[in-house]
Design a protein around this ligand. Structure first.
Ligand code: SAM
Length: 294
């Protein structure tokens, strides 16, 4: 099978199967060999690796992955792409095609079946409409994952890797950085895809940390606090947290915890680091347990 990254071959296979692009599945296929090379290199794929590819499309990146990895498991939701993948990947014995919705796939079980429970690598040109649930599912879901190298919308890549003080900093930055170390691999312009997306793209690699970046007693509470802080960006942290329907804390207990942490009374959530959110969460959690709040 000739390489699909040549746009002519991509168009040929699309025409042969009368394939119609589905916007609802975020279908923008990669047609640039340099970008494909960069992704595979950044993911550091070797023959020892089992790679999960999310959304293989017509199999362009899958062919590249199959050349470098020990095993590739490609999960594709669109039934119309399955016969195409069977043809484009026919020569590769180390590829398994699964016709599934990745949001319903048990990735822990997949790693068990295809890699004996050892950590897998995830590589994908993601469907942008579900970037966040896919990434958070991979990071929080308890599946053994080594690294995740993915094409995402440029703004989302920026949000994942930025820190306090930036306009892009938010709940996604903190959630990603709690579990993983982000590294921006490359910016990718719309002309590298067919059809061209209306937004810029970027490849980001998230290397899962051996343990989370901050020590916190109740991570779930910390993320509720983080979400509440960023839900109401223009409010002070004090108002954001004490008026949140997701949190049980009184204004007095929030004010006391902010003071105990040494933050100014008018502090905003967007200036706090992960470490500082962890301290605040531990303090509020203690106060809650002591019956001070509610
Ligand atoms: N990997 C191909 C490439 O780079 O040319 C295609 C990438 S395209 C941006 C996203 C792919 O994800 C499409 O093939 C689409 O059908 C698939 N997809 C969308 N939603 C999905 C889901 N929930 N589960 C699995 N695949 C999905």
């Amino acid at each position: 099978m000739p390489s699909l990254s040549n746009p002519r071959n991509t168009i040929e296979i699309i025409q042969k199967y009368h394939f119609v692009f589905q916007k609802k599945f975020g279908q923008n296929f990669l047609i640039d060999t340099h970008v494909l090379d960069k992704i595979i290199r950044a993911a550091n794929v070797t023959r020892e690796d089992c790679v999960l590819e999310i959304g293989p499309g017509i199999g362009t990146m899958t062919q590249y992955l199959a050349e470098s990895a020990g095993r590739v498991v490609a999960v594709e939701i669109d039934a119309n792409l399955i016969p195409i993948l069977r043809e484009t990947l026919a020569g590769y014995e180390n590829v398994t095609i699964l016709h599934e919705d990745i949001l319903k796939t048990d990735i822990k079980a997949l790693a068990e079946t295809y890699n004996g429970g050892r950590p897998i690598k995830v590589v994908a040109n993601l469907p942008y409409y579900i970037t966040t649930p896919i990434i958070m599912g991979l990071l929080e879901g308890g599946a053994p994952v080594d690294n995740i190298t993915v094409m995402v919308q440029k703004e989302v890549a920026e949000r994942m890797q930025t820190g306090p003080g930036s306009k892009d900093y938010g709940a996604l930055s903190l959630a990603v950085q709690y579990y993983a170390e982000p590294y921006l691999v490359a910016n990718v312009p719309p002309n590298c895809f067919l059809p061209r997306p209306s937004v810029g793209s970027a490849v980001i690699r998230l290397t899962k940390r051996p343990k989370p970046a901050a020590e916190v007693r109740d991570a779930e509470l910390m993320f509720r606090i983080i979400r509440a802080s960023f839900n109401q960006r223009r409010k002070t942290l004090l108002n954001g947290l004490s008026h949140s329907a997701e949190l049980p804390f009184s204004k007095e207990s929030v004010a006391a915890a902010i003071e105990w942490c040494g933050f100014p009374a008018s502090v905003r959530g967007e200036t706090l680091s992960l470490e500082q959110f962890a301290r605040l969460s531990d303090r509020l959690g203690e106060a809650d347990g002591g019956g001070i709040s509610v």
